[in-house]
Unconditional design. Structure first.
Lengths: 476, 122
């Protein structure tokens, strides 16, 4: 068996001699030098079983040497053992981060020998034809500078991607992410597909929308109907054709959150691959964070039973809506709906039966409304709807349609039909009242409908107060 | 220990290589061209490896390599080329003929010795 060859870089000649003797005794073949650059040369020229170097040395540090050997193809698998005067966590930290196999305190030769026995690799049999084409004039410092630059670029990009965690929504994340990547690599399109929430982001040149979408769909096999985020801008290349798309998975905590695809330009495949590999490995955390924020906001805004907006989110949205209507003189109707004899339904069919009625009724309500209308579960068996850009007569027609649909609704609970009716009250915004007042008027109209026999629509103007002229003018 | 045959038409290079080898603990046998080198491999039993120049009068290094390697007994004899040449086609030819490495002059003594040590002890 051939001896294992060790390259030893030690700034001090005396300590080096002692160590060389010790390692010789252990059967290692040691090439020692005090010059880190020469040590690197020796390791690169013929990869040894291990390299031992000081963590802190003048001119080239052990950290730099270690990074160089990790980055060069010839020495990628050669373990580096770094040594230092002190045994402190900081030295261990930097040795580990540089990619060292171990950090050993100087003078502790027994430990070094043990670590070496474990770490030293057997170099493949010498069919490996070696070349020293530089004639021994390789500038090690140039190489180190190049590798350190590359490492710095990578860590800056990684930090930029990780910082996207603070952006607060998946939509915004994809927009900022595509802005970032488009500065670093040229591409025709960039696409992101995520599983949960199901979402698809596509960044492309405005002239290439159709091509980009078809190609991205093919590359990611994603269902584009779901939550498509389109970012069209001229940061992306206008080229209509190019090399095959490159796809990377986005890992997070042991699972795959989604996939990232890029359509590189001809000749830019390698750059694009490297970039995508880096950013996809960093995107998982920010993506998960953005998805959680989205989900959190969604959950805070909806009623979990009916999936309608909850009271808080209704009020929040109506605050802007009512001031908009006031400012532009747009008509607006608030509709209150309360299920008739709901207590009786609960008593007869149980709470599950009551919940069943609420969900079916909410679905029916959604069906009867326009997308611009805002429906919400106000509480208990009470629902509230804002009919935007609708006057009192329009509101009355909508309310009547809803009342009739509810009365026709057959809720089947445990195979038994549960008859349902609702009482509705509407109020038309007078252009200046507060939201509270408007809602209160609708509520009182609904109460009147209850009193007048249920399964009815009553408008606020019909009863207690005569119709206001100004309101009619606004409504028309 | 086996000796290193250094084949080079330049006495200066042979001297430089000899010095580096001596410092590394190896002994040198000299040859001045390809014919001389091939003859010494055939007649001297204690040659453990060869350091071979390319451009030499008479038989050049590549030709010598090819001739020597045709002999069964020399199949495992390690040869490294030490030359000012860096042409890809020449390197490929040497590799194909069975050379173990290619070092461009001027060489760094420590690296040359490291390569010798690795090959002669393998």
């Amino acid at each position: 068996m051939s001896q294992k060859r060790i390259v030893l870089v030690d700034a001090s000649l005396e300590s080096s001699e002692v160590l060389v003797r010790r390692l010789h005794a252990q059967g290692y073949l040691v090439e020692a030098t005090t010059d880190p650059a020469l040590g690197a040369d020796m390791a690169l020229a013929a990869p040894p079983a291990a390299v031992i170097a000081d963590l802190w040395m003048p001119s080239i540090s052990g950290v730099q040497l270690c990074r160089l050997l990790r980055a060069e193809a010839a020495t990628r698998d050669v373990p580096v053992i770094l040594r230092g005067e002190v045994d402190d966590p900081k030295s261990r930290f930097w040795a580990e981060r540089a990619g060292a196999a171990a950090y050993v305190r100087k003078g502790h030769m027994g430990e070094l020998v043990r670590v070496l026995a474990k770490a030293a690799v057997v170099q493949p049999a010498a069919d490996g034809f070696f070349m020293q084409l530089s004639g021994g004039n390789v500038d090690i410092r140039d190489r180190i500078a190049r590798h350190l630059d590359a490492a710095l670029f990578d860590s800056v990009i990684a930090a930029e991607v990780r910082a996207l965690a603070a952006c607060g929504s998946v939509d915004r994340l994809f927009d900022l992410f595509s802005q970032l990547v488009s500065q670093l690599v040229n591409y025709r399109w960039l696409a992101l597909s995520t599983v949960s929430p199901a979402c698809f982001g596509l960044h492309y040149h405005p002239h290439s929308a159709a091509v980009a979408e078809a190609e991205a769909r093919a590359a990611l096999g994603a269902d584009l109907s779901n939550n498509l985020i389109r970012v069209a801008d001229e940061d992306a290349s206008e080229e209509q054709t190019g090399p095959k798309a490159i796809v990377f998975e986005i890992p997070f905590a042991g699972r795959i959150l989604g996939r990232l695809a890029i359509a590189p330009l001809a000749g830019g495949e390698e750059d694009a691959t490297n970039m995508l590999k880096l950013v996809s490995s960093e995107l998982g955390g920010p993506l998960r964070m953005a998805a959680l924020v989205d989900e959190q906001e969604r959950l805070a805004a909806i009623d979990p039973l009916t999936n309608l907006a909850n009271r808080r989110s209704f009020l929040a949205q109506m605050t802007t809506e009512i001031s908009r209507s006031g400012r532009y003189g747009l008509p607006l109707v608030i509709l209150m709906m309360d299920i008739d004899h709901f207590k009786l339904i609960n008593d007869t069919h149980g709470h599950a039966g009551g919940d069943h009625v609420l969900t079916d009724l909410a679905a029916q309500l959604r069906h009867e409304l326009r997308t611009s209308d805002l429906a919400s579960r106000w509480g208990g068996e009470e629902f509230i709807v804002a009919l935007t850009n609708t006057d009192l007569e329009g509101g009355r027609m909508a309310a009547e349609r809803i009342r009739a649909a509810v009365a026709k609704l057959v809720v089947l609970h445990d195979g038994k039909p549960v008859p349902v009716t609702a009482s509705l009250g509407i109020a038309s915004f007078d252009g200046k009242e507060s939201l509270d007042t408007l809602i209160d008027r609708a509520d009182r109209a609904m109460y009147s409908a209850k009193v007048s026999g249920r399964n009815l629509v009553v408008a606020a103007g019909d009863l207690d107060c005569p119709r206001d002229n100004k309101q009619s003018k606004l409504a028309s | 220990m086996k000796k290193v045959l250094v084949v080079d038409d330049s006495a200066t290079v042979r001297q430089q290589v000899g010095l580096a080898l001596k410092q590394g603990g190896f002994e040198m046998i000299e040859a001045t061209d390809g014919l001389d080198g091939a003859a010494k491999i055939g007649s001297l039993p204690d040659i453990g490896m060869v350091i071979l120049d390319v451009n030499m009068p008479g038989m050049n290094g590549i030709e010598m390599l090819e001739k020597v390697k045709q002999i069964e007994a020399n199949a495992s004899l390690p040869v490294i080329m030490l030359t000012t040449e860096g042409q890809h086609s020449l390197i490929e030819r040497a590799k194909k003929a069975g050379a173990k490495g290619w070092i461009v002059k001027p060489f760094k003594p420590e690296l040359l010795v490291a390569a010798v040590r690795k090959l002669i002890l393998a």
